[in-house]
Write a protein that binds this ligand. Structure first.
Ligand code: SF4
Length: 372
């Protein structure tokens, strides 16, 4: 593998002058660009991981209304934090943010750390988030590397090594740091991300309007869409999940809280589990409720079938109405369980697929003949 390309003076001029001029002209308004509060900048960077700007913005506004300071976030319950995060996905971000806020209050006197070593001690703060917060909030000279910046750099420098490889990442980080404008590191990083997110799009990039086009190797050779080079992804697995909508004699439905150390940890869900081989789905539902909660149920009609995609797999959720026949539900993993009236389900944070099911349930609750 060849060594990392070295930026020339022409590269530095293009990035530090033309790119920043372009950014000053076209930068998009975003709520977190109106603050210099390190806590809010950190919050926005966490929300923007894996999430589009237009999706994150309303969540950001609601979140800072509810928790305007890091102290307020640290004092909140995890349930309250997850409820505000519901629908944004990647819930480990919310759990880590909450835990990190407590650490900032307890160990750093409520000030978001301003050095790389210290900020990396916070849960959920990796190299990208650390560089973004340090440069934007504190003007520290750390180049950011997100998917948009990686695409931009691999095109400008025609880097055809696989971008997931550690060595390539190091080369790209070295390039981002070398190009960084030491006078305006925060704006520089935001300009890089903005250019990658807008003009230097994955397909049909807008090269004619691009401020760094004069130094772009991919533009010069017409090979823009060959970059970045990525490993082929394996096919995404699919699972059938059967869940039980188990009602008690007061017409309350049974829900359970997911363990905090698992995917979607801390969120609530309807109990159930994965289908084994070609098992009939009603049998999956009956078996899972027996194994996981120790209750016997009579599995009734299918209420809804919902398809949902996560980052690494897809599911089809099959929800069955169930009649509780015997046994007191006790989670075999010690998870909290609750019987909840349908109108109170909004007080709990659920994953998106379960929330869609709740919408159907509350709709049918108003029209019970459709459901029984
Ligand atoms: S010239 Fe085109 S490919 Fe090169 S950085 Fe600009 S938008 Fe991307």
């Amino acid at each position: 593998m060849p060594d990392a390309p070295t930026p020339t003076d022409a590269h530095r001029d293009a990035f530090r002058t033309d790119l920043l001029d372009w950014y000053d002209r076209v930068r998009r308004d975003m709520p977190w660009r109106e603050t210099d509060d390190p806590y809010r900048i950190w919050l926005s960077e966490v929300m923007l991981q894996q999430t589009r700007v237009d999706q994150a913005a309303p969540y950001y506004e609601r979140f800072v209304d509810a928790f305007p300071t890091v102290e307020a976030l640290a004092a909140a319950s995890l349930d309250d934090v997850l409820r505000l995060w519901e629908g944004l996905g990647y819930y480990s971000r919310a759990r880590n943010l909450h835990e990190a806020a407590r650490l900032v209050v307890d160990e750093f006197d409520g000030a978001v750390p301003d050095t790389m070593d210290a900020i990396r001690q916070l849960p959920g703060v990796g190299p990208y988030t650390a560089a973004a917060v340090l440069s934007i909030a504190y003007e520290r000279p750390h180049g950011v590397l997100d998917g948009n910046v990686i695409r931009l750099l691999t095109r400008v420098f025609t880097i055809d090594d696989e971008v997931g490889a550690t060595r390539t990442r190091r080369q790209l980080q070295a390039l981002a740091d070398a190009l960084l404008d030491p006078e305006r590191p925060g704006d520089f990083n935001q300009a890089m991300m903005e250019l990658g997110a807008t003009l230097c799009a994955p397909t049909s990039p807008g090269c004619l309007a691009c401020p760094v086009q004069p130094v772009c190797g991919a533009y010069a050779t017409g090979t823009q869409e060959q970059y970045p080079v990525k490993k082929r992804k394996p096919p995404v697995p699919h699972y059938d999940i059967a869940v039980g909508l188990v009602f008690d004699e007061l017409d309350r439905v049974l829900i359970q809280r997911r363990p905090e150390d698992k995917m979607l940890g801390g969120l609530w869900e309807f109990p159930g589990g994965k289908r084994q081989d070609d098992e009939p789905l009603r049998e999956t539902c009956r078996r899972e409720l027996q194994e996981e909660l120790g209750i016997a149920v009579e599995v009734g009609p299918l209420v809804q079938r919902i398809k949902h995609a996560y980052s690494h797999f897809k599911i089809t959720l099959h929800a069955f109405r169930c009649r509780h026949v015997a046994g007191t539900p006790i989670s075999c993993e010690g998870q909290p369980l609750e019987w909840v009236a349908l109108e109170n389900l909004d007080d709990y944070a659920f994953p998106r697929a379960n929330r869609r099911l709740i919408e159907t349930l509350t709709e049918r609750d108003r029209q019970p003949s459709l459901f029984d």
